[in-house]
Design a protein around this ligand. Structure first.
Ligand code: CA
Length: 235
């Protein structure tokens, strides 16, 4: 999400290179920062790596349709309220209803006038309000600064690998909630990338090792047959 004063970031998901270029050119001219993805799978990866302020999402895409991408955006807590405008060549009202039902905020039919699209982008961003500032997430004596990516425990700096960082960030956003390995995988990598669920155990182990100093409590709770949670004590 965008820090105050920075340009809002728009993720353009479009498999036609000419249209993607045209969109980028016009959005940048309007003062937006632009990120691009040429297919559905790439869109989910870009969303996880660099969360935008708004998504322009083509309906017909290789690997994963725009509808499926939108469905996944709405399923994840981190992107649930992310503004999405669907772009489509289908002028069918039935399709429009389907797109909006799946959670798109707005819907633009190709071919469209660039001025119209830009007006819809601005309107939707206004409606969505300013993006929440990056904050420090904390639990007990653990703190994670989303701005600087620094993690500490009881004031002591904790060095984490990128995956362990995202894992901890995910737990800190939903403290005390139990997540299955599949849910954690889905949230960290997206459903399109196949990662063995047991991989999570390896990252959990690394996270614990980095977080827990001598004699310190282990807040990463293993819930037998269910998964993991960030919690203060065994039930
Ligand atoms: Ca397309």
């Amino acid at each position: 999400m965008t820090p105050v004063g920075a340009r809002p970031l728009v993720l353009v998901v479009e498999d036609e290179p000419a249209l993607a270029t045209l969109l980028r050119y016009n959005l940048e001219k309007e003062g937006f920062a632009v990120d691009e993805a040429a297919d559905g799978g790439e869109a989910l990866r870009r969303l996880a790596e660099q969360p935008p302020d708004l998504v322009l999402l083509d309906w017909m895409l290789p690997t994963l349709s725009g509808l499926e991408v939108c469905r996944q955006i709405r399923r994840k807590p981190e992107t649930r309220s992310l503004p999405v405008i669907m772009l489509t060549a289908r002028a069918d009202a039935q399709d429009m209803v389907r797109g909006l039902n799946i959670g798109a905020d707005d819907y633009v039919t190709k071919p469209f006038a660039m001025a119209t699209l830009l007006a819809r982008v601005r309107a939707l961003l206004r409606r969505a309000g300013p993006a929440p500032a990056k904050e420090t997430l904390s639990f007990a004596d653990i703190a994670l600064d989303q701005e600087t990516h620094r993690v500490s425990r009881g004031g002591r700096a904790v060095a984490l690998g990128p995956t362990e960082y995202r894992l901890l960030e995910f737990f800190l956003r939903h403290p005390r909630r139990v997540f299955s390995r599949e849910e954690i995988l889905d949230s960290l990598w997206g459903a399109t990338i196949h990662v063995e669920p047991r991989t999570i155990d390896v990252h959990i182990r690394r996270l614990r090792k980095a977080l827990n100093g001598e004699g310190e409590a282990d807040f990463v709770r293993t819930v037998r047959a269910a998964g993991y949670a960030l919690d203060t004590e065994e039930p």
